[in-house]
Design a protein around this ligand. Sequence first.
Ligand code: NOJ
Ligand code: CA
Length: 702
Amino acid sequence: MRPFCSSLPLITGMALYLISTYAFAIEGQSKPHHQTLSVASPNNEVILNFSDHDDLAQYSVTFNGKTVIGQSKLGFTFAKALPMYRDFRLSEVSRHSEDNVWEQPWGEQRLIRDHHNELVVKYMDMNNTNNIFYVRARVFNDGVGFRYEVPADGPRYITRELTEFNFLESHLATAYWIPGQGRERYEYLYRTTPLQQVEKAHTPFTVEYTDGTHVAIHEAALIDYSGMSIQRQLLGKFTAHLAPRADGVLVEKSGSFVTPWRTITMGDEAVDLVNSFMALNLNEPSKIKDTSWINPGKYIGIWWGMHIDKFTWGSGPKHGATTERTLAYMDFAAEHGFDGVLVEGWNVGWDGDWIANSEIFSFTETYPDFDINRVHEHSLRTGVKLIGHHETSGGISNYEAQMEDGFALYQKMGIEQIKTGYVAHGQNLKRRDDQGIMRYEFTDSQDVVNHFIHNVKTAAKYQLSINTHESVKDTGLRRTYPNWIARESARGQEYNSGWAPPNPPEHLPIMAFTRMLSGPMDFTPGIFDFDYKREHGGGPEWGDKPYTRPLSTLARQLAQYVVIYSPIQMAADLPENYLAKPEPFQFIKDVPTDWETSIALQGSVADYVVFARKEKAHRHYSGSDWYLGALTNEDERIINISLDFLDKGQRYEAQIYRDGDKVDWRTNPYDIIIEKKTVTQTDTMTIRLAAAGGVAVRFKQL
Ligand code: NOJ
Ligand code: CA
């Protein structure tokens, strides 16, 4: 696949011209001058400088006059090709400015402004004028993105990408991060450490300076390349660390290639990172012309029951995915306005140690007690869709061999969405090579990156949307493939079910400023019963002690629907637990999942975050209501929110779901106050968030 190569012929033409101007420029000089080429953001606050000082290809970034990324190297080493390492000279290729607005088919915001200045530079090897690379850089008011564009004949085997991110004043900076390329993929608890104590970190990687400046490193448009972690070298200097392929090469390319964009988002405060759409702007427009079949929405599922040990995925007396239960769940969904019912464990392959059995999963054969045709008929009667499930436990080749059959079956059954899963350790995704030998790949190695895209592109042929669990990280590809409707790629609610230590209260106020910078997450909010009893814990690794309950108040479960953005949101608990608490359940029924506008209003990483979102006019939503969600870490706090985001001249009924006075997430998480107030844009709301608490508000336009 050569998605972005359209720009290469252009730059190759430019290159010929520039090779001659370069030669002319150095004529008569024994040593050419070093130079710096700069490009500023439209508001001039962000400046990216390229240089060839010390004969190295380098860049640096300033923000409001302060250097946020000091001199940082660029380049590559290859097997069987000249390194792009040192002795490089810089020249300018082209400049361009862009200011346009484009529309998302679904999203946290409908209209996105792409406003940037672009500079393309060339680095040429002083000793070999054929050894060149280009860097295409785009500078936005909220950060910079740059990618390599490398002309090449024949194969290229990347053995190192030299890109550095050199944070200055590293002794004064705090980092929020999870390990990169680890065994648990991206399902780690976040670390908050001095920047100088980071090791190998996953991206989005968020850094806070003492003056309040926040910077996040990530990437955009990860296609046919390996995912980037960053590894600290010394003080605040990091280098790109690409996940290797099973053969040890980092990335294999044939002919000219472009890399994903390396992105550096920045702002004066933490919420600026969240309010940035830079990564989406760096991705290509949708390759799917008609997106009318891609539907955001809400769903329930035969799911939590397995996680808390009430049901099993495998066959037997506790089998969750029975026809009867599915029909009953569909009735519940229809009555309460849900669009779909996810059913896990419907297909053959779950018996025994399913995590180790990836080679036997069938994607077409049902268990005898799951009658998919009856389910389909009931779906036609109720209007509730079955949501498909493809757990692969990391068996990529087994899945690829059956993928089209699995999709065809689901399409026939009227299904619109599939949740996929890759439960396997992060270096243990199984792919058979051309000779039939099993290879073990990283979640973010090049072949697996390509597998996920292949999955989504193939699904589009069957008008199916994909929600990938244990996925490679999001890099804004939902713009190009809008049927990639959500992912997990972090520690979700499932960790609160008892099989592992639960997510601490700070998890979400960190995730809002790290994981969530990359795109929507299928976190699966909405647990209403915190007193389930799981018989066993996580097994020998965690000790067999069952850990229980989300470390949360009930109001916080509602807040999650606004805070953790996803176009598809699950109501994760069992239907009976919603029926037992109809008043707070009303919020889940009301809240939309597709937005006209989203604003991160306030927040501080690992402490708290406040979002306001305006519903988008679609289906049964008029487009006039606003929603607010806020949640805090283990500290109680009072937040003051100006309602100036509301539409001018309108009155709203604020339907408030907040922590009760007696709430205590350890002993009494259920205490919730539900109240109504009339408000306008000129009002301010003062709300107490209890420890591990939150608030959810619907502003219903009057
Ligand atoms: C892991 C997913 O994250 C979870 O939601 C799912 O239930 C299990 N895999 C089984 O597929
Ligand atoms: Ca998972």
